[in-house]
Design a protein around this ligand. Structure first.
Ligand code: MG
Length: 279
């Protein structure tokens, strides 16, 4: 287990598990959330991941699900394509989630996370009960592995997500709190939302962004500290509520600029955490 408030980054394995984890270790980052790396799901791939973790000491805290056919192009497309919401692909995606959880189990990871899609705010909506049933089913399955299932925030209000979690009514459902998503989707304010969701938060994404400027469009992701989240206040509040889990940086660009932005984010978070813990 990583130390309290260990820094992390969300990544796949674009090169090779040992190269990718070594690169992250060189940045001074001791944990990762792993986007499910389908190419490494074979027995040989799993062994390569276990070897890379042993070599580098970088801990994988979470395996994040993704599904074929998802698109984040704009808000209506997200509503139609992401997670367990589309009825036509729901069964197949639940089966895929189960497969990803089995992979996570083999690499010793007890936390599986996903965007489950737009949960309707209206309980009477025809999709609502189906979503409750789907998440309850997958949580039951994960529980047999001793795993938790964590819901990425952003595609609904915090109050709506809390009601949904209460309706699913299982003890291994959690929240991966991404403050930028609430803003990018124009759905809620991430600082007061911490109060609403605090009992379930077991992971976070340090990501920033600006509010949407046109209906139906997403806002714009920015380097950490340059968007509308107010990262200093959000971090102070997160810690004041007792959160001590990993602090996972998410920067959804690629290449050298991503590395530079992650290193800047790391310095910013280290300063904010030191300040918050002094209080
Ligand atoms: Mg995120």
């Amino acid at each position: 287990m990583s130390a309290e408030l260990a820094l992390g980054v969300i990544t796949g394995f674009p090169m090779h598990p040992s190269k990718d984890l070594a690169r992250i270790k060189d940045m001074g980052i001791p944990t990762v959330q792993l986007q499910y790396p389908a190419a490494w799901g074979t027995p040989e791939g799993i062994q390569a991941i276990l070897d890379a973790v042993a070599e580098t000491g970088v801990e994988i805290t979470t395996v994040f699900c993704g599904f074929a056919g998802e698109s984040y192009a704009d808000i209506p497309t997200v509503q139609e394509t992401v997670g367990f919401v589309p009825v036509a692909t729901r069964e197949a995606r639940l089966a895929k989630t189960r497969e990803i959880a089995a992979f996570a189990e083999k690499i010793g990871v007890k936390r599986v996370a996903a965007h489950i899609g737009y949960v309707p705010e209206d309980h009477g909506h025809p999709l609502y009960q189906g979503m409750v049933d789907a998440v309850r089913w997958i949580c039951g399955d994960l529980k047999q592995n001793g795993q938790v299932f964590s819901l990425e925030t952003g595609q609904e209000t915090a109050a709506g997500l809390r009601r949904f979690i209460e309706d699913v009514a299982v003890d291994n459902l959690r929240v991966n709190f991404d403050p930028a998503n609430m803003i990018l989707y124009g759905n809620d304010r991430p600082i007061p939302a911490l109060d609403v969701l605090a009992p379930w938060i077991d992971g976070v994404h340090f990501k920033d962004g600006t509010w949407p400027t046109e209906p139906g469009q997403l806002g714009t992701e920015t380097p950490l500290g340059e968007g509308d989240v107010n990262i200093p206040e959000w971090t102070a509040k997160l810690l004041s509520l007792g959160y001590r889990g990993p602090l996972t940086i998410e920067r959804e660009i690629h290449g050298d600029q991503q590395r530079l932005d992650i290193l800047k984010a790391k310095a910013l978070i280290e300063g904010l955490v030191a300040e918050a813990l002094l209080k």
